[in-house]
Design a protein around this ligand. Structure first.
Ligand SMILES: C[S@@+](CC[C@H](N)C(=O)[O-])C[C@H]1O[C@@H](n2cnc3c(N)ncnc32)[C@H](O)[C@@H]1O
Length: 308
């Protein structure tokens, strides 16, 4: 994963204690690391990086209440929440499931961009674009329609792997992504006629009605809690007969949860209900994993929703 985000406290002594604490954390001496971080936040009470790391360590130590308090402090010190304290608060059950902070997603993928493809495709066996390609073609073939699309929108386009997979089947690609550095990578591919740095929902809202035949989101809905909002906007933007194909991570329970990897996992029944509520059909919903973790496929879904 990307390098850790560090926001200086502005106090040299506090920053030094943070650095020592990180060394100790990496060596596994969590108690000593927590002690140093407590000293750091005493010196600099609004030191978001120290509060966040203290939250992580207390969580690792099984100190739920203390971890929750530290994550609250991290977010109070940095309301945009670049570290993603909100995700841990949701995971600890201290807060309801809500949207991921945009600043966190941006930092995560801006840092990740230079080695995204080697890390995801190389190390994690990433196969999201290939799964979407196969699923979209299979739905088209079952409907006895050509697998060619004039206008496609790639939500969370990242470095452009989806447009590369669909290049022979799409005339014009628009890419939308929150991370400027990921967009730079996509731009370098020349697969996209248009690229936009935006939240996918905001990006979709800016598109005219019935202006796309295909919408794709590979490994991107795992960063979206509220599928319903994106699905209903997708329905507006799709032309009749258009498809919205996406991957998701999933779990055996109900609704949406934050998984160990700090991504949302949507239950299959939840995906089905959200697609139906948006007024779309669901010609394909299959158990398919888009990536591995520790060499084990992460439970996942591939879905193709269609507009009649
Ligand atoms: C794991 S990458 C997948 C990239 C690409 N779809 C692929 O298959 O290689 C997830 C991408 O989604 C983007 N992303 C996450 N949440 C987003 C949101 N709400 N709006 C737009 N982009 C988002 C991230 O910045 C990142 O580039």
């Amino acid at each position: 994963m990307p390098a850790r985000l560090f926001l200086s406290s502005g106090d040299l002594m506090a920053d030094r204690r943070y650095e020592f604490a990180r060394d100790l954390q990496l060596k596994g001496d969590l108690v000593a690391a927590a002690d140093l971080l407590e000293q750091a936040v005493e010196l600099a009470p609004e030191f978001a990086s120290a509060w966040f790391t203290l939250g992580e360590i207390r969580r690792q130590l099984g100190e739920r209440e203390a971890a929750t308090a530290a994550f609250h402090e991290a977010r109070a010190a940095d309301p945009d929440d670049h570290h993603g304290a909100t995700l841990y608060l949701m995971q600890l059950g201290a807060e309801e499931i809500s949207a991921m902070p945009s600043a966190y997603v941006q930092v995560l993928f801006d840092q990740y961009a230079p080695r995204f493809e080697s890390a995801l495709v190389g190390d994690l066996g990433y196969r999201g674009p290939a799964l979407l390609f196969k699923a979209a073609l299979s739905v088209r073939s079952a409907a006895k329609k050509p697998a060619h699309f004039r206008r496609a929108i790639d939500l969370g386009c990242g470095t452009g792997l989806v447009a590369s997979a669909f290049a022979g089947n799409v005339d014009r690609f628009v890419g939308i992504d929150l991370s400027p550095r990921m967009i730079e990578k996509s731009r370098a591919t020349s697969f996209y006629a248009e690229l936009e740095v935006a939240d996918m929902l905001r990006g979709l809202r800016g598109k005219p009605e019935t202006s796309a035949d295909l919408i794709l989101a590979a490994d991107a809905m795992v960063y979206v809690a509220d599928l319903a909002a994106v699905l209903s906007e997708a329905k507006r933007v799709l032309a009749a007969g258009g498809l919205f194909a996406f991957t998701a991570e999933t779990h055996a329970g109900e609704g949406v949860i934050i998984g160990e990897g700090l991504r949302y996992a949507h239950a299959a029944a939840h995906v089905r209900a959200a697609v139906e509520a948006a007024g779309l059909k669901l010609p394909l919903l299959e158990d398919r994993s888009a990536r591995n973790e520790d060499n084990i496929p992460v439970p996942g879904l591939v879905a193709v929703a269609s507009k009649t």
